[in-house]
Design a protein around this ligand. Sequence first.
Ligand code: GDP
Ligand code: MG
Length: 365
Amino acid sequence: MNIKKYEAVTEEEAIQKAKLDLGNDIIILNIKKINPKGFFRLFRSPKVEVLVAFEEQKSTVARKSEDPTMKNLEKKIDHLEHLLYNMADQSYSTAIDTSYSQKNTNNMMNILYTQMVENEVEPEVANKILENIGLYSKNNETDINKLVGIVYNRIIQWIGEPKPLRLKSPTQVIFIGPTGVGKTTTIAKIVAHHVLQEKQNVGLITADTYRIAAVEQLKTYAEILGTPVEVVYSKEELASALDHFSQKDGVFIDTAGRSHKNKEQLEELSLLLNQLSQKKVYLVLSLTTKYNDLKRIIQMYSAITDFHIILTKMDETTCLGNILNIRMLTSQPFSYITFGQNVPEDMELLNPQKVAKIILGSYEE
Ligand SMILES: Nc1nc2c(ncn2[C@@H]2O[C@H](COP(=O)(O)OP(=O)(O)O)[C@@H](O)[C@H]2O)c(=O)[nH]1
Ligand SMILES: [Mg+2]
């Protein structure tokens, strides 16, 4: 059973939307009225959100994208939309009151720009997201919604599609990143998911032997989850621990935070990575870190060419601009985001739609 949300102006319309998308065999779980909040509420009317449950095989979503006639239709609609915009642009440029519409467009752009920058999106990133957006705008009242819609989609594309961790063949999953960002806690959250929900067999290794407390912390989680844990102090011990766990679906490796000033630690890390043959690397970054520091941190790991990013401590900041800013620093995909200290619940796959809504000031629980 899967769950999906549909929004529309009326309840009937939202249900209709769900049925069109998923077929008639859906179960309505919840119907909620949403009054617009945040910065853009002035431009929005209230909406109804319907939560529906459906069986995967009944979903027409996958079929839809494979169906060539649907694909053609989608293309035609895109094309039509484009033509409409062009036509509108032409009449717009011949309209008498162009100065008013230009001013109006500039105002809207300023609003969107300010909104992003107030969320600590770097000006350079905000400008990229708003690039050429004036081309789409007209001078009537609904335009702000259209512009917000375009910016919303651009933010989602800018973030990219987050990838979950799947343990198919034996995988060594290693977590790297600065001290205190939440590596060990996040490992516990992810391991809990694989052990409790996916019923997979995993092993834990900690190479963070700089602090006794760090070893004890991982051991405690391992005990609760009933997974074996090995502490390794050397290359040889790592090799033997990997060997012990060679029959597991996955081995999760915790490391110590690295200081960009400490060359020795960085060399140690690259030796460690070289020892892993089937690895997935996760760089853990805290959303509370300043952009300039993130820059330095990502720079420091630039020798690693293939990794995913986990973002932590979303609960400790109201400004999510860094999620967009990180894209200026690396094109490696995002994965999970954490929002609290509770293991395992305070974590989910990063949701670009949610991030875009928060940044544009229109997200509500
Ligand atoms: N508020 C908040 N705290 C977190 C989150 N993840 C981890 N922490 C806390 O951050 C501190 C450091 O976490 P730890 O996992 O030991 O970080 P590590 O040094 O990178 O392994 C601990 O007190 C955690 O409980 C999160 O998503 N939100
Ligand atoms: Mg740790």
